[in-house]
Design a protein around this ligand. Sequence first.
Ligand SMILES: NC(=O)C1=CN([C@@H]2O[C@H](COP(=O)(O)OP(=O)(O)OC[C@H]3O[C@@H](n4cnc5c(N)ncnc54)[C@H](OP(=O)(O)O)[C@@H]3O)[C@@H](O)[C@H]2O)C=CC1
Ligand SMILES: N[C@@H](CC=O)C(=O)O
Length: 350
Amino acid sequence: MTHKLAFIGFGVVGQGLAEILYSKRQSLKDAEGFESKIVAISDFKKGSLYHPDGLDFEALLEAVQDGGTLDSYPKADGLITGWDSLETIRKSNADTVIEVSYTDVSTGQPAIDHCRAAFESGKNVVMTNKGPVALAYQELSALAKKHGVSWGFEGTVMSGTPALRMPKLTLAGNDITEIRGILNGTTNFMLMRMDEGASYEAALKEAQALGYAEADPTSDVEGLDARYKIVILAQHVMGMPLTVEQVECTGISQLTPELIEQARMEGRRWKLIATAKKENGIITAKVAAEKVPLDDPLASVSGALNAITYQTDLLGPVTLSGAGAGKAETGFSLLIDLLTIARARETVQS
Ligand SMILES: NC(=O)C1=CN([C@@H]2O[C@H](COP(=O)(O)OP(=O)(O)OC[C@H]3O[C@@H](n4cnc5c(N)ncnc54)[C@H](OP(=O)(O)O)[C@@H]3O)[C@@H](O)[C@H]2O)C=CC1
Ligand SMILES: N[C@@H](CC=O)C(=O)O
């Protein structure tokens, strides 16, 4: 069967997934039996399109990448324009909603409502938006279950690097007592560039141009994005209730060239580290810039790479390193969530 997709948001990550689905369509069909079509896109400024028979991948990407909007997409019989996000979720014939709108770090909205509307309409959601997972994990997990649909959010932590799926599947049976890692690509990239002599402002601009930063980069530089991610890890991987407010949080905006130089003289490097620790059934978590010694494995994680160490009772420390942000890297996280849904559907049908 062909998977019918509705995109809410069509920025860096949305286009990243669309490019992968188009460029790998044959190999996905051959290797996985996976076929998809985009039936709808609803984006604030770029516009909204819906066609129940599917939109043309190439024409969509050409319109948005050449003109910045979907306005030049060819008009065809049956094409509907102008639906907002909730209309698109409720009225389209999609079976899966791809939620790739902005992460709102105060309320998680409107993405939480997007998930509610999708689940209540019997649609799966795959998303990279961290708000709903960090702020409404219990409610939305229960709602998806009640409606018999799937909720995938691998890309909310470390883009396509399997920071959620790897521990849940392959470390199952372990007690994970501590998680420590570099969870934000923008700040890790900025710290590398500042260590090389770039100014804070220039380093941030570069990270934005490379598609790593949040729409409001305050979330990156003040540690709010990493705070959401450690909350997601605590809830989903450690199975511990943790709220955003319980996580002490500082970012990197206070780091001056002098502080960076001083760390270098001490044989250390600044890194934005997120930690969650479980002791006697109580979880504590924080996000803060730390001067790590050069022999700490996290010291050599550079650019937009991220790394995470899971402290397990049966295996000891297990470290995973890989991309933390980026267009194709995060587009891939949505693909693996889609393939997981497709494989489960095949298993049920066979
Ligand atoms: N970039 C990355 O490397 C990663 C990003 N993420 C997360 O993925 C999500 C998407 O990121 P990214 O693609 O980089 O962000 P972009 O800002 O490039 O794209 C977001 C798109 O969503 C649109 N949008 C925002 N709110 C709505 C809404 N309510 N309805 C319809 N469209 C909306 C925006 O519209 P417009 O701008 O046209 O007004 C924009 O085109 C974010 O939540 C981010 O936190 C997660 C992991 C990595
Ligand atoms: N802005 C985020 C994007 C991925 O979550 C980051 O830089 O890590």
